[in-house]
Ligand binder design. Sequence first.
Ligand SMILES: N[C@@H](CCC[C@H](N)C(=O)O)C(=O)O
Length: 358
Amino acid sequence: MSSHALHRGAAAGPVCRSARRPAARCSVRAMATAAPPLTFSKYQGLGNDFVLVDNRHSSEPVVTPEQAIKICDRNFGVGGDGVIFALPPVGDTDFTMRIFNSDGTEPEMCGNGIRCLAKFVADLDKSQPRKYKIHTLAGLIQPELLADGQVRVDMGLPILEGPKVPTTLAPTQGTTVVQQDLVVEGKTYKVSCVSMGNPHAVIYSCDGEAIKPGACSPQPQSSHQLAGIPKPACPPSDSNGASARQIDGLDANLAALGPKFERNSVFPARTNTEFVEVLSPSHVRMVVWERGAGRTLACGTGACALVVAGILEGRIDRSQPCRVDLPGGPLQIEWRASDNRIFMTGPAELVFSGALRV
Ligand SMILES: N[C@@H](CCC[C@H](N)C(=O)O)C(=O)O
């Protein structure tokens, strides 16, 4: 599906920017000198949605962090979890990826985003399924477009040394933080810390109980607590559009709990946080609170991090790929024993294309 529209309103800003003169009364000459509209395409990977910009003509993003915040606004803008740029290559790569979160901050990497970016560039260049070398702030990442439409990504190596994640939590396995206690709101969470270029805090248990969802129910959420996460009313209200695709009750209360982890002082660069339930040694499900984006329907780097953490915690079997069910759908993750590289396979789809004034 593809449409072309000129978006107006707060995200785009009025065509005439004079504060004294409303856009409707701008002169024709003023409108004629306005910057040309920015063309974009919106893609989504399991409901983690991004505004993609072809920025290959310039090494600096054509959109500022402040503009990205407006573009990502779901009411006044295009709507998205971030704005992603395809920039000129660095070294022996095909191109560079940069991304601004919906709060305007710049993360090092985005797993769902890089699948979307590979599809975006392939669509722009009308190229056949192929493998790309993409330079990111997290190093070289290599997505490959598969014949079935899925994208398989060589995500590189996880970073396990606590200070490099970064976290100030004390290591428990060599230099790695695995199942370390962290008290949040009076509950003790067992936290494992993994970086996929960006930081992740992975939680499989709280107060001695495995993270487990209750069935989504129309009851008020106050009477029911499982592993520290209250059961939701059904559907829970949420400002990020995630309510329709929630997994049972795992993501209830996420909007209150997530920021307590994201901005906890033990994570000096803030953190993404994944709450995970083990269904079998090769099948888990999760909900995520993302740094800089809040509750999202999927997090590719998070899915990789939680599989690494699950293996380190002895919960996931490393000898086979693991299915990770995210609120937006499943990803397949493999942490290859032969060379420690992580591979992520999942979808990426065009939603629509458009143009806006920034
Ligand atoms: N949704 C992404 C992660 C995006 C970056 C994250 N919010 C951060 O700040 O680290 C993914 O799919 O990995």
